[in-house]
Design a binder for this molecule. Structure first.
Ligand code: ADP
Ligand code: MG
Length: 461
């Protein structure tokens, strides 16, 4: 591994360690200097004998986990060597190298890259991997995008991300760009909306004077790069010339071993304007789909949004918004912003009442009632709804009742007292039932399966 690469890897691991390890261990982390990385084994040197011993004894597994995660190598390990002299000289060398890297590389190349990307409209610095909330439905796309960012043109080329509007295609695509800019500043990245590409091409070819020169400028702009990000390819024009040009751009990049990332709201074969030649090119790498996030993921997205903005909120309010916006994260965020802006202006708490008042969903969409949850659960277990609500004690009925209570709490966010009123039971009984299912859920597969199916019928996933 090249020296700069090694230092980069170490810098990332070091920040990972600072994040994960307790503050008491930080004084032992800061003085560590990296000296090598070979077949997954990271060697670091310290001038502190105690640091070496404590890190090994108390934090061995945490450290290995961080190295695994960051180096993406499951066979990771590490060695800490105590050597005062070596630690000092490595430190000096490190500082010198870091200064050089920062000054020359980051300044020149990253700035150039950043301005390149920013010159394209719609670049959003929020669109980074660390701001993408991973859930069941987007995990694979996230991992593949990350893999492409880490190994451009080595793994999946082109990477074709498709899915409906507002599900994070542009976010993931630009995350690849940002990752590259900050971690691999040697590489040139270009982000372009298909619309801009088409307009650029048309205006270049229309200009009757110097057409050849214009076209060569155009070609340079789109092929003299290492990673191209082409957003919303479904907007490609059906004109022959535009298609031919896109094919030319694609082929030049592909043949030079450059990474191509494309997004679309549908698979290539469903884009009517696309030529067969382009279609087969787009299909030849990896196609990943983004589907709407499930309820947990949607709540998590809102939680992150609130935390990032230092907003205080009531969990129920987030749940309410997430339940009502299932299909589109942009709209989900929009609804949240509306509620939080309203809270700010009126000085009220961001709670369920406020969310209901602002979004006024009551008449648009049926709120998930305890009755509906109990009914669907009763049907799933083939027991009588009245038995669930009553005091019947059969095994099946009890299980169904417990699940219905658990879901009532999880899906509506209402209080145990409210739920107790509906079931005509003590609220401690309701709490007991809820906790029982919550505890058993990670341990019992068939329970998790049943709950998933019931949720599907309730249309909350
Ligand atoms: P698309 O390009 O698929 O239409 P975008 O990438 O523009 O969607 O995403 C719409 C909005 O939703 C953006 O603000 C984006 O940051 C946000 N978003 C989508 N998915 C996620 C996610 N998993 N975590 C965080 N934010 C997300
Ligand atoms: Mg988009």
């Amino acid at each position: 591994m090249e020296n700069t690469e090694l230092k980069n890897l170490w810098e990332q691991i070091k920040s990972g360690l600072i994040e994960v390890l307790p503050e008491s261990a930080h004084p032992w982390i800061y003085p560590l200097e990296v000296s090598g990385y070979d077949k997954g084994v990271l060697t670091v040197v310290t001038g502190q004998m105690m640091g070496r011993d404590l890190l090994r004894k108390n934090h061995y597994h945490q450290i290995v986990d961080v190295i695994k995660r960051i180096s993406n190598n499951q066979n990771s390990d590490f060695v800490i060597i105590y050597d005062e002299k070596a630690a000092k000289s490595l430190k000096k060398e490190n500082e010198r190298l870091q200064k050089k890297t920062l000054e020359s590389k980051l300044k020149e190349q990253a700035m150039e890259n950043l301005s390149n990307m920013q010159s394209a409209s719609n670049l959003n610095l929020k669109y980074k991997f660390e701001n993408f909330v991973v859930g069941k439905t987007n995990k694979f796309a996230y991992q593949m995008a990350m893999s492409v960012a880490q190994n451009p043109a080595k793994k999946y080329n082109p990477l074709f991300i498709y899915g409906n509007a507002g599900l994070g295609k542009t976010h993931l695509m630009q995350a690849i760009g940002h990752y590259t800019i900050f971690n691999n500043p040697k590489l040139k990245v270009k982000y372009t909306k298909t619309e801009d590409y088409v307009n650029d091409f048309i205006s270049n070819s229309r200009n009757s004077k110097d057409t050849v020169e214009n076209m060569s400028k155009f070609n340079k702009k789109y092929t003299n790069i290492d990673i191209i990000l082409i957003d919303d390819i479904q907007f490609i024009e059906s004109k022959n010339k535009t298609m031919a040009q896109m094919q030319h751009t694609f082929d030049s990049l592909y043949n030079k071993g450059k990474q191509i990332v494309i997004t679309s709201d549908r698979v290539p074969k469903d884009i009517p304007t696309l030529t067969a030649a382009l279609c087969s090119r787009f299909e030849m790498g990896l196609m990943v789909e983004l589907t709407p996030p499930d309820l947990d993921n949607r709540i998590e997205i809102l939680r992150k949004l609130s935390d990032d903005n230092d907003l205080k909120y009531e969990e129920n309010a987030l749940k309410y918004i997430a339940i009502n916006y299932e299909k589109n994260v942009r709209e989900l965020e929009g609804a949240f912003n509306k509620v939080s802006a309203y809270a700010e202006v009126t000085g009220r708490n961001l709670d369920l009442d406020l969310a209901k008042e602002v979004l006024k969903f009551a008449d648009k969409k049926e709120e998930l009632s305890f009755e509906k949850i109990a009914k669907v659960t009763a049907e799933y277990y083939e027991v009588d709804l009245n038995d669930i609500k009553g005091a019947a004690r059969g095994q099946k009925v009890s299980l169904a009742r417990h699940i219905a209570i658990y879901l009532a709490r999880e899906l509506t966010g209402k209080s145990f007292v409210n739920i107790a009123e509906y079931y005509n039971k003590k609220h401690t009984t309701i709490m007991f039932a809820h906790d029982k299912i919550k505890k058993e859920l990670p341990l019992k597969k068939e329970l998790a399966h049943a709950i998933r199916e019931i949720k599907q019928v309730l249309k909350v996933i």
